[in-house]
Design a protein around this ligand. Structure first.
Ligand code: GLC
Length: 732
């Protein structure tokens, strides 16, 4: 078979661990990048430039976490993990460095640039017809993928980087976060309010205030007395607590993590060989040198402090690493201020000082002033910057694996690089409660998935700024389709828990979150299939229907193989335009109970959607599997499911499930149920092939045919093939 992957090398790139499943034949056939004829190359003493002349209609997709839309042509991007809270349209970098992209023209060609330093992409920005890639270094591996579709090229890439991280199934439940629930009583109150409002919820987050003065792997006794009992008290109510872990280790005499780190040389060093000092939330910190195997092991083992008291999930933060300032540059700034006093009090002095102050955070100068140890050599941080968050999360994942090799822990990170997708997910970072950021999260989900990070989602409701009830509702109506469904808000922003608004809003949010739980069997099945098949969970329409029209659609997404969504992301809307590439069955869902079904022909439609409704479009000859609602994922009834399908000629769907908590899925220990609907002499017949080991006892089948006739029936283990009955829409 012809191999569609080529590897081109220049120099010797450090082992990033991004590519782990490259066919040997491809590795053997690797060539120097001078053979990479796709690009014109210019190699200077310290950088490599690659240039490509676009055809008029070429589009460029990929790049994972960016503020841009589906087609990146006309943009400038910089691959450099950045603590970038303002996701404004002019931002060139976000938290992840995802150097995978596809140029779609007469041919479809993908590239993955495995390079841990900075890469500048001018994607037809300076000259609309020219792609210019500037790699800040000489050691690089470039993988080229060719194929006949976006799907196949994405698959080739996903197939060499190793399978994506799989969270525990409860990681698909609704998750409640805020910076911060400051005390145990605050958390108790959140839990109580959620349960009293009957809103399903699986986790509550612990932001930095659970720690003692923001020290990793400590808990604050005053605010969280008897932490272990508190964790189990919340677990008894169905809530798992998810603490944050920050990259910086507080410098404080007597703090064991700090003292051990110093004693065992675990911290990054400055030019003079002393531990590098920066300031983040805890004040002055050192950064663990996650590039060293022994440091990864040391830090990873620390998670045990928290797993020992019942914690089962973590979020790793500030791991670009974010730097508020370094004492060294702050001092230089003060000197500058001192000197400025001699200058006139005019606007030039003002803007000069303002600029200097703003440049203190995450400054390139600071990133050039500390070092990692890589295979015995000291490497300047900026040269390998994009691997820091990755290696922190690898450290956590390996630590957790050592604690319990068979258990799935929840784990996600802010910073990332391809390869980290095997160890954890990512959340989309600090957005704002802006309508534009609902739209941005819709653009991010498929782009991030394409780069291997399957477990992802936004801060639903928006992190900074205040959310209105309408914004939260509309955002939730999108986020229920993201694997990571978390509501998170920043310090001093308006409370945005589902119960924090007037009653009608709480009721609407409850219905939406219930719909999420109803959808979990389908979403989880789609997720696991994507991970197993090296495809994506969420995709732009172009992935399935590559035509002129779908190339420009980025506000409708495919979730799994059977479902299309078209969320509302603008204020005061009572409906929206939806393009159907083929006829579909619309379920305008209001809660998890199936009603209000309508067959819609292919083409353009204005679909009325009230604030309470979530439109779900089911593709022809396919369907989705739905469960019943429960307080938590683990309490969901696995004995009964509902199948909702749109029948044209015949349906065959397989539904994946597993124990949801162990890694037995890696040994293919899964449960598979196949559901078929066929035409027979007496109408429609449904057949279910039950997995012997599953708890599933019956499946309620609801299908609609092209004419809008609805059919129903219940298939059981005893009667696994039945004739469906015609029902009118109003029968139930
Ligand atoms: C960072 C994180 C945010 C968190 C905050 C405080 O801004 O991105 O999610 O709430 O730090 O820890």
């Amino acid at each position: 078979m012809k191999n569609n992957i080529q590897l081109y090398k220049h120099g010797k790139v450090m082992a990033t661990g991004a590519v782990v499943e490259l066919p040997e034949a491809v590795a053997k056939a690797s060539k120097g990048i001078d053979h990479l004829s796709y690009f014109k190359q210019t190699i200077s003493s310290d950088e490599i430039a690659l240039t490509y002349r676009f055809d008029e209609k070429d589009m460029v997709v990929g790049f994972g976490e960016t503020v841009k839309g589906l087609n990146k042509r006309g943009s400038e991007l910089v691959s450099f993990c950045a603590d970038e809270p303002e996701h404004l349209p002019n931002k060139k970098s976000l938290y992840g460095a995802h150097n995978f992209f596809i140029i779609l023209g007469k041919e479809i060609t993908g590239f993955f640039i495995d390079f841990p330093g900075t890469i500048h992409y001018d994607i037809g920005f300076v000259d609309k017809d020219v792609l210019n890639i500037k790699i800040d270094g000489l050691d690089v591996d470039i993988y080229q993928f060719t194929g006949d579709s976006l799907k196949s090229v994405t698959h080739e890439f996903l197939s060499i980087i190793g399978a994506s991280y799989v969270p525990p199934k409860w990681g698909f439940g609704y998750q409640q976060c805020r910076w911060s629930y400051e005390t145990a009583d605050d958390i108790r109150r959140i839990g109580k309010e959620m349960r009293e409002a009957n809103i399903p919820c699986d986790t509550i987050y612990l932001d930095i205030d659970y720690m003692e003065r923001f020290k990793d792997f400590t808990t604050c006794d005053d605010k969280f007395p008897d932490f272990e009992n508190f964790v189990s008290e919340m677990k008894d109510q169905g809530f798992r607590l998810i603490p944050i872990i920050d990259a910086g280790v507080k410098i404080e005499e007597g703090y064991d993590v700090y003292e051990e780190g110093i004693k065992e040389n675990h911290f990054c060093v400055d030019e003079d060989g002393n531990p590098f000092v920066a300031a983040v939330w805890p004040g002055l910190v050192h950064f663990p040198d996650f590039f060293k195997e022994e440091t990864r092991q040391w830090f990873g083992d620390k998670y045990k402090v928290l797993t020992d008291v019942g914690i089962e999930g973590f979020w790793n933060d500030m791991n670009e690493p974010a730097i508020f300032y370094t004492p060294k540059r702050l001092k230089a700034f003060y000197d500058h201020v001192e000197k400025s006093k001699e200058k006139p009090l005019d606007i030039y002095s003002f803007f000069d000082l303002k600029g200097e102050a703003e440049s203190l955070s995450s400054s390139p100068e600071d990133y050039r002033s500390f070092y990692h140890e890589v295979e015995g050599d000291l490497v300047r941080h900026d040269k390998v910057h994009n691997l820091y968050g990755y290696f922190m999360t690898q450290s956590a994942a390996q630590g957790l694996e050592a604690i319990d090799a068979d258990k799935r822990f929840l784990l996600f990170s802010r910073a990332s690089y391809v390869g980290m997708h095997r160890y954890g997910g990512i959340w989309m970072g600090d957005n704002d409660s802006w309508w534009e950021h609902i739209e941005l999260s819709m653009k991010l989900l498929p782009a991030i998935n394409m780069c291997g990070f399957m477990y992802t989602g936004p801060d639903t409701g928006g992190f900074q700024s205040d959310a209105s009830s309408e914004l939260l509702i509309r955002w939730m109506q999108f986020s229920i389709f993201a694997p990571l469904l978390r509501n998170h808000a920043a310090l001093s922003s308006r409370n945005q828990e589902p119960f924090a608004f007037e009653e009608a809003t709480t009721e609407t949010l409850k219905n939406i979150i219930e719909l999420r739980y109803g959808l979990i069997p389908y979403l989880y099945s789609s997720y696991m299939k994507a991970v197993g098949e090296r495809s994506v969970y969420a995709a732009n329409l172009i992935m399935a229907y590559d035509d002129e029209r779908t190339r420009e659609i980025e506000d409708q997404l495919l979730i799994g193989e059977s479902l299309m969504i078209a969320p509302i992301y603008k204020q005061n809307r009572t409906g929206r335009l939806v393009y159907l590439p083929e006829d579909m069955l619309l379920w305008n869902a209001n809660g998890a109970v199936v009603d209000s079904l309508k067959v819609m022909p292919a083409g353009d439609h204005f679909v009325p959607i009230t604030l309470a409704e979530v439109p779900l479009f089911i593709r022809p000859d396919s369907g989705i599997i739905l469960g019943g609602v429960a307080e938590t994922v683990e309490q969901m009834d696995a004995t009964q499911l509902t199948f909702l399908g749109y029948m044209k000629t015949g349906i065959e769907e397989s539904y994946y499930d597993d124990d949801g908590v162990t890694k037995a899925y890696e040994q293919n220990q899964s449960l598979e149920t196949t559901i078929r609907v066929v035409q027979s002499e007496n109408g429609l017949r449904a057949l279910v092939d039950f997995d012997q080991d599953s708890e599933l006892m019956n499946v309620k089948i609801i299908v609609m045919d092209e004419t809008g006739q609805r059919y129903e029936g219940i298939v059981t283990r005893e009667a696994s093939s039945i004739c469906l009955e015609k029902v009118s829409q109003y029968d139930n």
